[in-house]
Design a protein around this ligand. Structure first.
Ligand SMILES: NC(=O)c1ccc[n+]([C@@H]2O[C@H](COP(=O)([O-])OP(=O)(O)OC[C@H]3O[C@@H](n4cnc5c(N)ncnc54)[C@H](OP(=O)(O)O)[C@@H]3O)[C@@H](O)[C@H]2O)c1
Length: 251
C-alpha cells in the first residue's frame, strides 16, 4: 500500500485525490491546502489541514500548486529525504527544493475540480532522480492509469508546448466560434457534431492529411467574404494568422 499526501487542492489536486482515493493500492493520508477547503470538495475519510507543521508521514508527497509557486512551496516543507513530486507539464524537476528527493507526476489532461476525470486512459508522465523513486511513481501512476510514460523534464516541456496548441488554443477557438454564433443569435450546439468529428478523425489519421477549408483549398473569394464578415472584429487577426499558417503549410 502506498501512502500519499496531496499538497494543493485545486483543479488537479481534487482530481488526483479522487482517482487515488478510489483505488485499492493507494491511501491518501491527508490533503494540505493554503486556505480552508470548500466542504463540497472534501472527502469524509481524508483529513485536511492548512497548517504545514501538521503534515503526516507518507511515501509520496504530491505538490499540486501553480507552476510559479512550486519552488518556494517545496522549500517550505518541514521534512527531508522524502519523495516530493510536482504535477506540472512545464516546470523542471530540478525546480523542487533539494532537501527532499525529487520527482514529477504529470497527468497529460485538462482538469477542473467540478468535473472528476476517469484516469484510466490519461497518460501520466513521470520522472525521478533514481530508479527506486521511479519504481514508486510507476506503481502509483499504474494504480490509476494504463498509460504511464517515463519522460525527462526537457521532453516534458515539449509535450506541454504541444498540449497548449491542441487544448488551450483549440478551446479558445471554440470560445471565439461561440461568440461569433451568439452575435447572430445562432446556437453553438449546431457546431458540436463538427467538433466531435474533427477530434475523432485524428484518432486514426494524421492531422495534416485531413485538413479541409478555404485556406487549404486557397479559395480566396471565400476567405475575403469571411474577412468582410469579421470587419472590425477582434477575431479578424486570428483568422488572418490561421489562414496564413495553413496556406504556408500546404501551398
Ligand atoms: N488544471 C489542469 O488541467 C492541469 C493539468 C496538468 C497539470 N497541471 C498542473 O497542476 C498544478 C496545479 O494546477 P491547478 O490547475 O490545479 O491549479 P489551481 O486550480 O489554481 O489550484 C492551485 C492550488 O494551489 C494552491 N496555491 C495557489 N498558490 C499557492 C501558493 N503560492 N502557495 C501554496 N499554495 C498555493 C491553491 O490554494 P487555495 O485554494 O488556497 O487558493 C490551490 O489549492 C500546476 O503545476 C499545473 O501546471 C494542471
Amino acid at each position: 500500500m502506498l501512502n500519499v499526501i496531496i499538497l494543493g487542492y485545486g483543479n488537479i489536486g481534487v482530481n488526483i485525490t479522487n482517482a487515488l482515493h478510489t483505488c485499492d493500492t493507494v491511501t491518501v493520508n491527508q490533503i494540505v491546502n493554503r486556505n480552508t477547503i470548500n466542504p463540497n470538495y472534501t472527502i469524509d475519510s481524508i483529513p485536511t489541514t492548512t497548517n504545514l507543521s501538521e503534515i503526516q508521514e507518507a511515501d509520496v508527497y504530491i505538490i499540486a500548486v501553480p507552476d510559479d509557486a512550486i519552488e518556494d512551496f517545496s522549500a517550505l516543507l518541514p521534512f527531508n529525504d522524502k519523495l516530493v513530486v510536482h504535477t506540472s507539464g512545464s516546470v523542471s524537476m530540478q525546480t523542487l527544493d533539494g532537501k527532499n528527493k525529487k520527482g514529477v507526476f504529470y497527468p497529460l489532461q485538462t482538469f477542473t475540480k467540478n468535473k472528476l476525470a476517469d484516469f484510466t486512459n490519461i497518460p501520466i508522465c513521470i520522472e525521478a532522480e533514481d530508479s527506486t523513486d521511479l519504481n514508486t511513481l510507476q506503481t502509483l501512476a499504474g494504480a490509476i492509469s494504463n498509460s504511464v510514460t517515463v519522460i525527462s523534464s526537457e521532453k516534458r516541456k515539449t509535450v506541454h508546448l504541444a498540449a497548449v496548441f491542441v487544448n488551450n488554443f483549440v478551446n479558445h477557438l471554440y470560445t471565439i466560434s461561440e461568440a461569433i454564433m451568439q452575435e447572430q443569435n445562432l446556437d453553438f450546439d449546431l457546431l458540436k457534431p463538427l467538433i466531435a468529428e474533427t477530434a475523432e478523425k485524428i484518432q486514426h489519421l494524421a492531422p495534416g492529411d485531413v485538413q479541409t477549408g478555404p485556406a487549404k483549398r486557397n479559395d480566396l473569394k471565400t476567405i475575403e467574404n469571411h474577412l468582410h464578415l469579421l470587419k472590425d472584429s477582434p477575431y479578424k487577426k486570428v483568422y488572418e494568422h490561421m489562414t496564413e499558417a495553413i496556406k504556408k503549410h500546404y501551398l
